[in-house]
Design a protein around this ligand. Structure first.
Ligand code: PHB
Length: 391
């Protein structure tokens, strides 16, 4: 079998890439190790930057998002028992939207299938070969049969634990930071405690209020990186949220049925370069951010927008300069998001060895960030998403 672009992984990056390339008249073949159900049910972050809202609309997959997403102009920080609001739109002209990653995945899968796209789930034993040649290949087994796809290019969109990054091997440098905590995340049927997200600093640890719909809330609590979610009874979760959210938000908190509980580790990671030969990495395969800045999916989508532009220039004009610059273009944006995510994380979390000095420094930083026009502008342009103009 042959294709122009072989794509590994059916997360937001791989699916969006196949959608964008299809619109440009470029043939793709997407292979995923998991089942379609698994990909559609996998619960991840839920915040999209303004340009992603526009991208979904402009490329014809924004219908349900426009109806169901929750559009926010600002965010709250909670500290010192009070809520402090930052109006993103006022400070940078843009807002954000809450729309779960799995909703984007469902919309993209439905659209690719309606467009007769080649999507293949439950592929076993996937390997990549000859990535330095002009004909890189993907090998896998499906329904007991060995298959080989010969490609012009391969996009590795298969996440942090996938096969694509190891295939880059020796030439890559990894930059990494682990944090001494994780997030316990829940989904619950309960009324919202605020009209926009709340990032809460508390001496017992960070808490975040987010939402998925008018009746489904998403909360996170800072916990140990290896925390056993089963040790958290529903009552303990609601009690802890009330303490950490504090003030007005706590008084509005109404416990409801918790139907999802899970622990996420927190790390910052970048693989450089994001390309070797004809293999291009995108999304979590190349970089991980801690979720505090809500940048993971947005970065993954930015990578594939750059990659689709570069591949379009290759096929339509024979111009490879964007392909040559792919890694550099992506990494400029990636490192700014790394910096922002790290900064939000260090400002809001309780560190094990934190001394009074560090806590007072965090309070001063939060006070500054919620009162200085310059600081609010800086936070807003990063949070709502840096411009997507060419690098
Ligand atoms: C989420 O809704 O899952 C979410 C929102 C904001 C974050 C992280 C996660 O910073």
């Amino acid at each position: 079998m042959r294709t122009q672009v072989g794509i590994v992984g059916a997360g937001p990056a791989g699916l969006m890439l196949s959608h964008l390339l299809h619109r440009a008249g470029i043939d793709t073949f997407l292979i995923e190790a998991r089942s379609r159900d698994y990909c559609e049910a996998r619960i991840r972050a839920g915040l999209i930057e303004q340009w992603v809202v526009d991208l979904l609309s402009e490329t014809g997959i924004g219908e349900r998002m426009k109806r169901e997403a929750m559009f926010h102009d600002g965010i709250y920080f909670s500290f010192d028992d009070a809520l402090h609001h930052i109006n993103l739109r006022k400070h940078c002209g843009r807002g954000v939207a809450v729309y779960g990653q799995q909703e984007i995945v469902k919309d993209l899968i439905a659209r690719r299938l309606a467009d007769d796209g080649q999507l293949h789930f439950e592929a076993q034993g996937m390997t990549l070969a000859d990535i330095d040649s002009r004909k890189p290949t993907i090998h896998f087994t499906k329904d007991g049969k060995q298959q080989t796809i010969e490609c012009d290019f391969i996009a590795g969109c298969d996440g942090f634990h996938g096969i694509a990054r190891p295939a880059i091997g020796g030439i890559a440098t990894h930059y990494e930071r682990e944090y001494p905590f994780g997030w316990l995340g829940i989904l619950a049927e309960a009324p919202p405690v605020a009209d926009e997200l709340i990032y809460a600093w508390h001496e017992r640890g960070f808490a975040l209020f987010s939402m998925r719909s008018p009746s489904i809330v998403r909360y996170y609590l800072q916990c140990a990186p290896d925390e056993d979610a089963d040790k958290w009874s529903d009552a303990r979760i609601w009690d802890e949220l009330a303490i950490r959210l504090g003030g007005d938000a706590a008084s509005r908190l109404k416990p409801g049925r918790i139907f999802e509980k899970g622990v996420t580790a927190m790390r910052s990671f970048v693989c450089e370069p994001m390309r070797q030969g004809r293999l291009f990495l995108a999304g979590d395969a190349a970089h991980i951010v801690p979720p505090t800045g809500a940048k993971g999916m947005n970065l993954a989508l930015a990578d594939v927008v750059f990659l689709s532009r570069a591949l379009t220039a290759h096929y339509s004009e024979g111009n490879d300069s964007q392909l040559e610059n792919y890694s550099k273009t992506c990494l400029r944006r990636v490192w700014k998001a790394q910096r922002f995510s790290w900064w939000m994380t260090q400002m809001l979390h309780r560190f094990n060895a934190a001394k009074d000095f560090d806590m007072r420094r965090q309070m001063a930083e939060l006070d500054y960030v919620t009162s200085s026009e310059a600081a609010m502008t800086s936070l807003s342009e990063n949070y709502a998403g840096l411009p997507m103009a060419a690098a």
